[in-house]
Design a binder for this molecule. Structure first.
Ligand code: HAM
Length: 439
C-alpha cells in the first residue's frame, strides 16, 4: 500500500466560489488509506461470520423510511434529504441502511429459499443534522442485518459480532449497553405508565419533550437536557413491564453474551432514535467522542418485514459510524508510518523522460506503485517530490548516465546509491524492490 503525503501549502486565492456542502466531507488520499483499513477489517470479520455483501441504492421512495423509521422520529420529521420527482413523487437519500436492505430482501424474494439471510453493507448515509465533531450530513456506516429468525442465538451472534469487530479494529474503552424495548404485547402497558408519569411532570419538561408526549413519548427517555434527565430518573422502567416471553428472551441473550465473555451493561432507560425496534436494543458507547458518544447501535425489529409488505419474519442488526470509528483510531498511526511509495522516477532531459515514463507504466501494470513527475523539473525539485511522496527509492537518469547505459538507484532512507544497467531495466528494478521488501 502506498501513502501519498498531503502537504499543507499556502495556496493562491483563486476566488473559488463553489465549495463543498456543509457537513459533507472530502476523503483525501491520506485519509482514504485509513478508511480502506477499516472497511477491509469489517469485510473480513463480516465474511468470517458468514454475512454476505448487499448494495442497495442510496436513494429510495420516501415512504420506505417514513414507514420503517417512524413518522414522528427526528430523522423523518426533520433530517431527511428529500427530492420531488418530475411526476410529483418523493424520493429520499437514505438516512440509514436497514430499511433498504429489508426492502431488497422482500422485493427480490430472498427469503423464499432460506428465510435466514445474513447481510452487510458499507456506504454513505445522509441526515440533515447540525454538523459537529463526529456528526455530519453525509456520513458512512458499516451495517449488518440477520434476517428471518427470532432465536436468541441471533441476538447473541449480533452482539458478539459487534464486540469482536471493535476488538479487531483496535477500539478500546467501549461499553456495550443493552435494554429490551418489549413487544406489541407489553410495550403498550409500559407506554401507559410512562404517559401517566410524564403528564404529572409535564410542566417541568423541556419544550421538545412536551411536544413528544403526544407524538413519541418513548424518545423522551433519551432527552439530553439536564433538567429533563433529572426528572426522568424517577420515570417508570420498561424492564418492569416486560411480558414473560420478552423477559425470557432478554435473560437468554444476557446469559449467552456473558458466557462468551462479552462485557455489557443493562441500561433500563436506553431507547433508540428509530421506531422499528422491538425487544433487544443496544448501543456501543465511548467517553472519547464528546457529545456524539455512540459509535454504533442496533437491535431487533420483529414486525418490520411484515410492515414493509413482506412475510412475518423477524430481524436484528446494527450499524457503526465509520467517521466515529476513525476518530477513535486516530492515535493508531503506527501502520501509516510504515507505508511507503516503493519508487520515485526522476528523469532529467527528454530522452530520460521517455525511458522513465515507459518504465513507470510497466511497473504500474506489474502492481509496483511508483511516482513520475509530469512536469519538467530540476533534480532538486524532483528529489523533493520523491521525499514528499515518502518514496523508499529514487531512480535517477540524466543525459550522462544514459550515455553510459546506466541509471542511479538511491535508497532514500540510507542515502546509499548504486548504478543499475539500462539493459533489462524493468527486471533489475523489480528485483531491487522485491529484495528490499517494500511491497
Ligand atoms: P443509528 O443509531 O441511527 O442506527 O446509527 C448508527 C451509527 O451511525 C451511530 O451510532 C453513529 O456512529 C453513526 N451516525 C448516525 N448519525 C450520524 C451522523 N449524522 N454523523 C456521523 N455518524 C452518524 C441506525 O442507523 C440503524 N439503522 C442501525 C441498525 C441496523 N439497527 C438495526 N440494524
Amino acid at each position: 500500500m502506498v501513502s501519498y503525503k498531503i502537504i499543507k501549502v499556502k495556496t493562491p486565492d483563486f476566488n473559488m466560489d463553489i465549495k463543498r456542502i456543509k457537513g459533507m466531507n472530502d476523503i483525501l488520499p491520506d485519509e482514504a488509506i485509513k478508511w480502506r483499513r477499516i472497511e477491509d477489517i469489517c469485510r473480513k470479520v463480516f465474511m468470517g461470520f458468514g454475512y454476505n455483501e448487499i448494495r442497495p441504492p442510496v436513494i429510495e421512495k420516501t415512504e420506505l423510511f417514513a414507514r420503517s423509521i417512524g413518522e414522528s422520529t427526528d430523522i423523518v420529521e426533520k433530517e431527511m434529504y428529500t427530492l420531488t420527482t418530475s411526476k410529483g413523487g418523493h424520493i429520499t437519500l437514505r438516512p440509514e441502511a436497514t430499511a433498504s436492505i429489508l426492502r431488497a430482501y422482500i422485493e427480490n424474494s430472498l427469503y423464499v429459499q432460506n428465510p435466514v439471510q445474513k447481510f452487510f453493507t458499507i456506504g454513505p448515509m445522509f441526515r440533515h443534522e447540525r454538523p459537529q465533531k463526529g456528526r455530519y450530513r453525509q456520513f458512512h456506516q458499516v451495517d449488518v442485518e440477520l434476517l428471518g429468525t427470532d432465536s436468541p442465538y441471533a441476538d447473541i451472534e449480533i452482539i458478539s459480532l459487534l464486540d469482536y469487530l471493535l476488538i479487531q479494529l483496535g477500539i478500546k474503552d467501549i461499553t456495550i449497553q443493552i435494554n429490551s424495548l418489549g413487544c406489541k404485547e407489553c410495550r403498550p402497558v409500559f407506554q401507559k405508565s410512562l404517559l401517566n408519569f410524564l403528564q404529572g411532570v409535564n410542566k417541568e419538561l423541556c419544550q421538545d419533550c412536551r411536544r413528544r408526549i403526544n407524538t413519541n413519548p418513548l424518545r423522551i427517555l433519551d432527552c439530553k437536557v439536564p433538567s429533563c434527565k433529572k426528572i426522568l430518573i424517577n420515570a417508570p422502567v420498561i424492564l418492569d413491564d416486560l411480558c414473560k416471553s420478552c423477559n425470557d428472551h432478554f435473560n437468554r441473550v444476557k446469559d449467552g453474551i456473558g458466557a462468551l465473555g462479552i462485557a455489557y451493561k443493562v441500561i433500563p432507560g436506553l431507547v433508540r432514535g428509530l421506531d422499528y425496534y422491538t425487544g433487544i436494543a443496544f448501543e456501543a458507547i465511548t467517553d472519547n467522542l464528546g457529545a456524539q458518544n455512540a459509535v454504533g447501535g442496533g437491535g431487533r425489529y420483529n414486525g418490520l418485514i411484515r410492515e414493509l409488505g413482506g412475510p412475518d419474519l423477524s430481524g436484528i442488526g446494527f450499524a457503526l459510524g465509520i467517521e466515529r470509528l476513525l476518530l477513535l483510531t486516530e492515535n493508531n498511526r503506527g501502520e501509516d508510518g510504515d507505508v511507503l511509495l516503493p519508487l520515485y522516477l526522476i528523469a532529467l532531459g527528454e530522452k530520460a523522460r521517455e525511458l522513465f515514463f515507459n518504465l513507470s507504466q510497466r511497473l504500474a501494470r506489474a502492481s509496483i506503485p511508483n511516482g513520475f513527475s509530469f512536469l519538467t523539473k530540476s533534480l532538486k525539485a524532483q528529489m523533493k517530490l520523491a521525499d514528499r511522496n515518502n518514496a523508499r527509492f529514487a531512480l535517477i537518469a540524466g543525459e550522462d548516465e544514459l550515455s553510459d547505459g546506466l541509471v542511479i538507484l538511491r535508497d532514500m532512507q540510507t542515502k546509499f546509491q548504486k548504478q543499475i544497467p539500462i539493459e533489462n531495466l524493468f527486471e533489475n528494478i523489480k528485483n531491487e524492490i522485491m529484495e528490499a521488501e517494500v511491497i
